[in-house]
Ligand binder design. Structure first.
Ligand SMILES: [Zn+2]
Length: 154
């Protein structure tokens, strides 16, 4: 959704994670990656791509580039180290390992509560409230008036 008087390029620079721009498929992809890591534990990008290939709800398996960008710009994920992988020619190479932020996310509910607005489903967006402490829109834990990031100080 491009604002009037602003080029698409400027808009994308100012709002890289605009929830109106992000395609439904990209949103689904971002949610899936978090769910896969929650269930399977830390994985490399190649392993994540293998898991995604098994998921039927995804229209197409993402390219290496789009998967890299999902992994890099994701507040629910972090890199937790490297795996040494041996190539066919015998050379060893390092692959980054990704995981959900385990301190932040310990339950499925906390996956929802840490989900950025840009990745929410329409029904999640209706439940989201602006956290008065950090100013981000999140689904707040029951009985709390601040978001889970602020509660945990993460
Ligand atoms: Zn907050």
């Amino acid at each position: 959704m491009v604002n009037r008087g602003m080029s698409k390029r400027t808009h994308n620079i100012l709002f890289p994670n605009c929830y109106l721009c992000m395609s439904a498929n990209n949103r689904r992809l971002r949610r899936l990656v978090v769910d896969i890591l929650f269930d399977k534990g830390a994985l490399t990008r190649t392993q994540i791509a293998e898991e995604l290939a098994r998921v039927r709800s995804l229209r197409e398996v993402p390219s290496d580039n789009s998967l890299s960008s999902v992994l890099a710009k994701n507040v629910q994920l972090e890199s937790v180290g490297f795996a040494k992988v041996e190539k066919l020619n015998g050379n060893k190479t390092k692959h980054m390992i990704f995981d959900i932020k385990r301190e932040l996310i310990t339950t499925r509910e906390e996956i929802e509560q840490t989900r950025p607005m840009s990745c929410m489903t329409a029904s999640e967006r209706r439940l989201a409230i602006r956290c008065p402490q950090c100013g981000k829109h999140r689904i707040l834990p029951e009985g709390s008036d601040i978001c889970i990031h602020c509660i945990k100080g993460l």
